[in-house]
Design a protein. Sequence first.
Length: 351
Amino acid sequence: MEEKIRLTQYSKGAGCGCKIAPNVLQEILKSTNPAPIYKNLLIGNASNDDAAVFDIGDGRAIISTTDFFMPIVDDAVDFGKIASANAISDVYAMGGKPLMAIAVLGWPIEKISTAIAQQVLEGARYICAEAGIPLAGGHTIDSAEPIFGLSVTGIINKHNIKQNNKAEEGDWLFLTKPIGVGILSTAQKRGLINESHEKEMITQMCKLNSIGEQISTIEGVNAMTDVTGFGLLGHLIEMAEGSSLSAEIFYSNLPVISGAKEYLASRIVPDATYRNWNSYSTKTSFEKGVNVMEAFNLLPDPQTNGGLLFSVKETHTQQVVDLLKEHGYENHIQPIGRITEKKDKVIEVKI
């Protein structure tokens, strides 16, 4: 009998944990040349947003994004689903509606059967169909490690565009998925994950963040992003710093995926967690009583297709809660933090 392929054994990274560390990324993006000005480019490299946005007139704009990574799970179909849902999420994080996707596939042809690559694409087609968009084409290369993702085009009413740097002082913070996926994926890669935890992890990573399109229509929602490779801490720092403000995290309100704390007790932590923490530690403080060691491992934990993190005016929180309940997010109606005036530290973790 042919041995079952474990895709994670062919990748040094896992999902969004493949991301280059934030401080290294800033070095790469530096340029001494002034960027040309394109009047119709509403959102581009000038900010750390999830996608580019281009004004096409008549009150609408096109959203363009791409995202790809190495396997975070062993099953090829699930890998295709997760990578696709993660890429499409960037459109939802801007508040938009996806229109179509193009595949990006790198495959070690001499190491892994092309039949496995075909299964990855089947997973992608499944998620694209769920999102109501065609997988309309793509590009493939022969690579040392398996890589898959999508380039996604979306559309949005300009009035509904949500950036990650428009939070306002006093905004409440909401998060639509639990954190801790990076810990579980590391447990899986080491062959130590419980079957029920693995199933929950895969289900969460395959779930589309389509509620972002509805969230964007709420006038009081000021800023939005999705939580991926830089962890909750990193993406909240981007939101707070981009808005020239600070933020509080209510640690006891954070949703954590089942099993994550159990694996932490066995010191199962992704390498990317430490890279993230090294970038953010000087910007973070902890209130007395917070379990700092646990928080150190959870808050920078790299998420793959993580939840939407958004800030909303206090006057519109009930509208947000009603929307979350309507779409099955009853476990995510408690604010996980608040935007504050600018302080010495960007993030304060409170009990």
